[in-house]
Design a protein around this ligand. Structure first.
Ligand code: 5GP
Length: 192
């Protein structure tokens, strides 16, 4: 997605070898027109699939998932990061290691909102090693729901998550795949 790639090039800040900050339009301030265009692009890419729900994880995934779901005309469900495993009622639960915070979160989804009848599109902002997506996949599969696809805004192609998920057979669409990025020069190279 050209518009997105240009925004990353102009506004992205390469903090370290493997952390990119895009706080000006995605992760802190949110550019609503851009996010809407991203949502439309996901809806177009997955238009042939019988999706009835978009699933993401709080917090940064929510705006993107909302935009995709609005274009698909379906609800979103976001997995919640629980402070402690205080299981109220019937929930699916897993543990996710946060790439940016380097800590482990318990993550939950209520059984009320994902079930065996659902056909789910999973959305997230970044894909690095795939821990967040693996957690979402695990809970979705435990629910017996069908994963129709996975949509990512920025995949860091030099980390293993994308390759592993494609090898496992999931339909993964990333709107920008970064092949390399250099904190010293600020240069970003995309996979074409
Ligand atoms: P993974 O679980 O695939 O290792 O990492 C993905 C999650 O970590 C995403 O939900 C995202 O919030 C966060 N993340 C991973 N890499 C980056 C990055 O370079 N920049 C930002 N802002 N978030 C990242």
């Amino acid at each position: 997605m050209q518009l997105l790639k240009e925004r990353i090039k102009h506004e992205g800040i390469i903090k370290t070898d493997d952390v990119l900050k895009v706080d000006s339009f995605l992760n802190h301030q949110v550019d609503t027109a851009l996010i809407d265009a991203i949502g439309a692009e996901f809806a177009r890419l997955f238009s042939g699939r019988p999706i009835n729900k978009v699933l993401t994880i709080e917090a940064s995934g929510i705006a993107i998932a909302y935009a995709a779901a609005r274009h698909l005309n379906v609800p979103i469900v976001f997995a919640k990061k629980a402070q402690s495993i205080n299981l109220e009622g019937d929930v699916y639960t897993t543990r996710v290691e946060s790439f940016t915070h380097r800590r482990i979160f318990d993550v939950i989804i209520s059984k009320k909102y994902v079930s065996g009848d659902d056909h789910v599109l999973i959305i997230d902002d970044f894909l690095a090693n795939g821990c967040a997506l693996n957690g979402l996949i695990e809970m979705t599969e435990e629910a017996g729901a069908t994963i129709e696809g996975i949509g990512i805004v920025i995949e860091k192609g030099f980390q293993q998550g994308g390759r592993t998920l494609r090898e496992r057979g999931y339909r993964l669409e990333s709107l920008a795949i970064i092949e390399s990025m250099d904190p010293a020069t600020g240069q970003i190279v995309y996979r074409s």
